[in-house]
Design a protein around this ligand. Structure first.
Ligand SMILES: C[S@@+](CC[C@H](N)C(=O)[O-])C[C@H]1O[C@@H](n2cnc3c(N)ncnc32)[C@H](O)[C@@H]1O
Length: 449
């Protein structure tokens, strides 16, 4: 694709992600498919879109030396400046003059002469005199916020919960390049065979510590691998693979997955059950239930019964003590997955966290009665907010004294993980900086002590 067209596509994508609050990874994949981009253009588009998004606040600060932040300019012009400065500051392989030329071409096509001159003037100034210096920010909280492009309220929350050093490590880890991980479908292939095939295809791989089904992909985009197209692999973060491990489902069991779409964990559970028994998988949104069915089909599984249902109304559907295992992989703020979905950090608010705490606790309280006396109950979220994790469990245990945290799960973890994983009184809290996984919380509860 011609470079100006590609830059224009990138600009439109960025404006859409910001305006429609779209999920960046879904929109990026859609555009890549629609425009049949070659691997080089695909890589550049992905890098500029993610880079501009995840550094948005830093880029605005850099620009503030030449553009008054309160100046009224069209969204697309501001975004064009951001993506150009991103390329000038962070990408070595594209010369500044080429970046400026492309930006001015786009401004000429989309705007009037005034805009073209404005874009040209700002970018030439940056080329000559550099961007605004971060050292001008003296307050450490403000500086961390701008330097790592996380809203101040969020950085402050993490400092209050975990201290400055950990908050800083979280912010920096959210900007680091993350390697992919996959889970094998064990009824179709062994981990050893899958690793050998992937290596033959040119991928650099490593077995995961988190699950015997997991493989870390250190180099290469596994979506293009033969194994993936054959339904022998699923993309899944290693932290989230721990969920089915912790749930310990067995063949023949009745399992409830109350918040199931798109089915990443339901399919893992079904695989561990050797596709024998039943996984009752529900999600509030009917449209999303189709995704569970699709995933089950792709992986050649059949024991997942997926229907739309509010987890807070499942007692209307099932009798008490119906399930051997229950998973509540709760709706959450997603503040542990900022690395792969950077828009989350700009869109969530403290009110969202409070609202979600209530929903999470309501779901747990409601489905708890559905567990058999000797059953196991796992709660998980992809966030690092204590209010959505430890505090939910703490309140649940207070309201449901028959339950306790099942500490055995810790002893079941591989030794290498035990020494560095974050264990609290209420479960495991993984941070993105520890193993390069998503930030994730999970715990196992049982009846009795
Ligand atoms: C973290 S996601 C689940 C991810 C899924 N377990 C997986 O591994 O692919 C949380 C899900 O909860 C669903 N959800 C939100 N509120 C719900 C409710 N009241 N009852 C059931 N599902 C709900 C959301 O639609 C979302 O798909």
């Amino acid at each position: 694709m011609k470079t100006t067209r590609l830059r224009n596509l990138i600009l439109e994508l960025l404006v859409r992600i910001e305006k429609d609050h779209g999920f960046s990874h879904l929109l990026i994949n859609q555009e890549i498919k629609k425009n049949e981009l070659n691997p080089k253009d695909e890589a550049l588009l992905t890098q500029i879109v993610y880079g501009t998004l995840e550094r948005k606040m830093t880029l605005d600060y850099y620009l503030s030396k030449y553009v008054d932040p309160n100046k009224k300019i069209d969204d697309w012009v501001r975004m064009l400046l951001r993506m150009s400065v991103y390329q000038m500051v962070y990408l070595d392989k594209i010369p500044d003059h080429a970046v400026i030329h492309e930006a001015v071409e786009i401004a000429k096509k989309k705007g009037h002469r005034g805009i073209q001159g404005f874009v040209n003037g700002v970018l030439r100034n940056i080329q000559r005199n550099g961007v605004r210096d971060l050292a001008e920010i003296k307050d450490p909280l403000k500086r961390l916020s701008v330097e790592t492009s996380h809203p101040e309220w969020l950085v402050n929350r993490w400092i209050q919960q975990y201290g400055f050093q950990t908050a800083e490590a979280i912010c920096r880890a959210n900007l680091k390049e993350k390697s992919m991980s996959v889970r094998i479908q064990p009824l179709k292939i062994s981990r050893e065979a899958a690793m050998a095939e992937l290596e033959q295809e040119g991928f650099t791989v490593k077995p995961s510590l988190f699950s015997k089904q997991g493989i870390q992909i250190e180099k290469g985009n596994v979506l293009s691998s033969k194994l993936f197209t054959q339904g022998k692999l699923t993309i899944q973060d290693e932290s989230s693979m721990l969920v089915a491990e912790m749930l310990k489902p067995e063949p023949g069991m009745d399992v409830l997955d109350s918040c199931s779409a798109p089915g990443g964990k339901a399919t893992h559970i079904a695989e561990k059950m050797l596709n024998e028994g039943i996984v009752y998988a529900h999600d509030l949104h009917k449209k999303k239930v189709k995704l569970i069915e699709e995933k089950q089909r792709t992986l050649g599984l059949s024991i997942i019964h997926a229907t739309a249902h509010d987890a807070r109304k499942l007692k209307e559907k099932y009798a008490e003590a119906s399930f051997d295992r229950i998973l509540v992989d709760a709706p959450c703020s997603g503040l542990g997955v900022i690395n792969s979905k950077p828009e989350i950090k700009y869109e969530k608010s403290e009110q969202d966290i409070e609202r979600l705490h209530t929903i999470q606790l309501d779901i747990l309280n409601h489905v708890a009665d559905l567990l058999k006396d000797d059953g196991l109950f796992v709660y998980s979220t992809c966030t690092i907010e204590k209010m959505e994790n430890e505090q939910v469990i703490k309140s649940f245990l207070k309201e449901n004294p028959a339950f306790t945290v099942d500490g055995d799960f810790f002893k079941e973890l591989p030794e290498e993980l035990q020494s560095s994983i974050g264990v609290t009184e209420y479960g495991l809290q993984l941070f993105p900086q520890t193993f390069g996984t998503d930030g994730f919380f999970l715990t196992r509860l049982k009846k009795g002590t």
